[in-house]
Design a protein around this ligand. Structure first.
Ligand code: G3H
Ligand code: 13P
Ligand code: ZN
Length: 323
């Protein structure tokens, strides 16, 4: 099976009450961990590449590794550009064989966002085979590449804007801001309460916005960025093995599971992979300070990422046996 776009995947996910995991890839071990986990769960998956990943690994390596994963697993896999900054970057990926792109003009004024998004959609949809386009309305807090949006400067998606935006752009899916944010520090401690173990509990996502958006766009796939849960077991392993991650907090998995049952068809996860990889490597070095073969310590990181992805597919996304 060749790489696929998101169209049929999202239709099935919408109707089936589950979401597709969109995992960020930066190197071979991450690609293998995600796709081997997906294979064992018989789950479709989106492998996404950011501008930072393109700079780190070079687009050609990422593309070939993802193609290798398709050949290895036989799964339906989407190769997606994450947070495409402008038309040129989207065009480059479409021409280079990506099956889906995100144009992220969410920091621009509404009319400008529409104009840039429509231009990408026209190019992507005219491409053979058809490339799907994700757009974004509203801004998340956190860090993406070099852009940092401080807490308090994020803005929730306005439901009254979404019909006009989708109609005028023709985009295939829409990322909305309902309280998720990028990175491993999604909420300031003062925004949270603490449970009996002192663990931070963040404020709930704005399900009212999600519900209003999906009422206005029946059947239309919604995307959630910034959806790592910052699983505390990995934070603990990192901190017990020489790391120093203080007050790292994510979106509770239960809320993401709930969103996946609603109109959310794509859930973006990157920070959780980074934490799992780091936990595996730190633990390895602490136990084996004499080791210097990357296959040993990166291999342990890969094992932890694979376990994490299996957990996400079964407990959060609900996409087991949907390939
Ligand atoms: O949304 C951001 C993703 O986590 C990608 O992060 O730009 O550091 O590759 P990156
Ligand atoms: P996290 O930082 O929560 O993993 O979000 C990743 C993301 O949204 C990639 O686009
Ligand atoms: Zn994102």
């Amino acid at each position: 099976m060749p790489l696929v776009n998101t169209k049929e995947m999202f239709e099935k996910a919408y109707n089936g009450g589950y979401a597709i995991g969109a995992f960020n890839c930066n190197n071979m071990e991450i690609v293998q961990a995600i796709t081997e986990a997906a294979k064992e769960c018989n789950s479709p998956v989106i492998l996404q590449v950011s501008a930072g990943a393109r700079k780190y690994a070079k687009p050609v390596y990422l593309k070939k590794m993802v193609e290798a994963a398709v050949e290895d697993t036989g799964l339906p896999i989407v190769l997606h550009l994450d947070h495409g900054a402008d038309f040129e970057m989207c065009k480059d990926c479409i021409d280079g064989g990506f099956t889906s792109v995100m144009i992220d003009a969410s920091s621009k004024p509404f009319e400008e966002n529409i104009e840039i998004t429509r231009k990408v959609v026209e190019y992507a949809h005219a491409h053979k085979p058809y490339v799907t386009v994700e757009a974004e309305l509203g801004t998340l807090a956190g860090i993406e590449d070099d852009v940092k949006v401080e807490h308090g400067h994020e803005s929730y998606t306005k439901p009254e804007d979404v019909e006009e935006f989708v109609r005028r752009t023709g985009c295939d899916s829409l990322a909305i801001a309902i309280g998720t944010s990028h990175g491993a520090y999604k909420f300031k401690p003062e925004q949270c309460t603490r449970d009996e173990n002192g663990v931070l509990c963040p404020p709930p996502l704005r399900f009212d916005i999600l519900e209003e958006v999906s009422k206005r766009l029946p059947g239309f796939p919604i995307v959630l960025h910034g959806s790592s849960s910052v699983n505390q077991e990995y934070v603990k392993i990192i901190n017990e093995n020489g790391g120093d991650l203080k007050d790292a907090v994510g979106v509770p998995e239960k809320q993401l599971r709930q969103a996946a049952k609603l109109a959310v068809c794509k859930i973006n996860i990157d920070s959780d992979l980074r934490l799992a990889m780091t936990a595996g490597i730190r633990e390895h070095f602490n136990a084996h300070p004499e080791h210097f073969d990357p296959r040993q310590y990166v291999g342990d990181g890969r094992k932890y990422v694979k376990e994490l992805v299996k957990h996400k597919i079964t407990e959060v996304l609900g996409s087991v046996d949907k390939a």
